[in-house]
Design a protein around this ligand. Structure first.
Ligand code: PMV
Length: 352
């Protein structure tokens, strides 16, 4: 355990460095203690999260600082379990769902680049990183969020850094923006922050819970998408005029969602989440070259949901940068929803 004095010294170093450094590596060098216990093995789980108000667009691509605040719900037992083990050799050995990834693959490169941030202690130290996702990887189900959150927690333990939840959220954010929300269960808000150094851009869990809230996962396509969120949001921000209205939309949606959660107003929660997701997709479609993650089955599912809603079923959806829909409904409608969508995977983040 760090003593209070050591912890305070660490925090002061962190704050001082952040005032001057905008580069990831400098940021880490200044923030973390100058020495740490050599890497030990460590393993952690982190849940996937579904944003009800989306993070779409960065104001700083180096530190993953968002243009807007976002709000998500974590998916309980669905997520990533990541183990890190120090190994001999020069390169990391990265495994995903039982398969070793080529060192030049996008996944292995992102994982190694993230571990580099911790490698300031032992620049030569390679790791074997084993991640098991119980959600489809890169199919719009935000597995990068749970993966980087679990990896952050594992690296924190491997080097016995004892970072606080807020500090872990800041760290995870640099691996993948939405990962900063996967540090927590339940409803989570990522406050965008305003500081250039990103010190105030991290996620916090909301106090409220919502027993009976259901998230249903429709698997339209589980193949890896060709344009990932990182590239997609950058393209949208740079080329879509429509994007100019996005920060305002997101800010308004965020406060309506806070109200919906506080008042347990499901119609408000569902309608705001659905409109927020469709507004994000509108900005993608309006970019150049156009970005359309939808497939015919995605559109068919949307139309089915709108029809069922018109017939009185309280059912809404949200979608990330992929073709899969996530249904939002309450426990009272679960039977009716499952009858319409056979094989639906349903998560109740707060239980019944
Ligand atoms: O964290 P990233 O870079 O994978 O971006 C996530 C973007 C969305 O999933 C589309 C929205 C969100 O807030 O999760």
């Amino acid at each position: 355990m760090l003593s209070y004095k050591e912890h305070k010294a660490l925090k002061d170093r962190f704050e001082t460095q952040l005032r001057v450094a905008m580069n990831k590596t400098d940021f880490m060098t200044g923030w973390l203690p100058k020495s740490a216990t050599p890497g030990a093995s460590a393993e952690h789980f982190a849940p996937s999260n579904i944003a009800l108000c989306k993070y779409w667009g960065k104001r700083d691509t180096e530190l993953n600082l968002p243009v807007n605040g976002s709000l998500s719900v974590s998916l309980d037992h669905l997520g990533s379990r990541t183990r890190v083990e120090p190994i001999d050799g020069e390169t990391d050995s990265v495994w995903l769902n039982g398969t070793q990834q080529r060192p030049d693959s996008r996944f292995a490169k992102r994982v190694s680049a993230f571990i580099d941030l911790f490698r300031i202690y032992h620049p030569e130290q390679a790791f074997r990183v084993t991640t098991e996702n119980n959600i489809p990887t890169a199919a719009g189900l935000a597995s990068s969020a749970s993966g980087f959150a679990a990896l952050t927690k594992a690296m924190n333990d491997a080097f016995k850094l004892e970072l606080s939840d807020t500090e872990l959220s800041v760290m995870a954010r640099m691996g993948s923006g939405s990962a900063c929300r996967s540090l927590f269960d339940g409803f989570v808000e990522w406050q965008m922050g305003v500081r250039e150094d990103g010190m105030d851009s991290y996620a916090l869990p909301l106090e409220q819970c919502w027993p009976g809230l259901c998230v249903g996962l429709i698997h339209v396509d589980e193949n890896e998408k060709s344009v990932d969120s990182r590239a997609g949001m950058q393209r949208t921000k740079e080329t879509a005029h429509l994007y100019q209205s996005w920060p305002m939309q997101a800010a308004a949606d965020l406060s309506k969602l806070q109200q919906a959660i506080a008042e347990r107003d499901f119609a408000l929660l569902g309608s705001v989440a659905e409109q927020n997701a469709l507004s994000m997709h509108a900005t993608m479609i309006a970019s150049w070259p156009p970005l359309l993650y939808w497939q015919p089955d995605s559109v068919a599912a949307m139309q089915k949901i709108w029809k069922l809603r018109a017939e009185g079923l309280a059912l809404y959806f949200t979608m990330d940068a992929g073709p899969n829909l996530k249904l939002l409904f309450e426990d009272a409608s679960r039977g009716a929803v499952e009858a319409q969508f056979p094989g639906l995977e349903v998560v109740q983040p707060f239980g019944i």
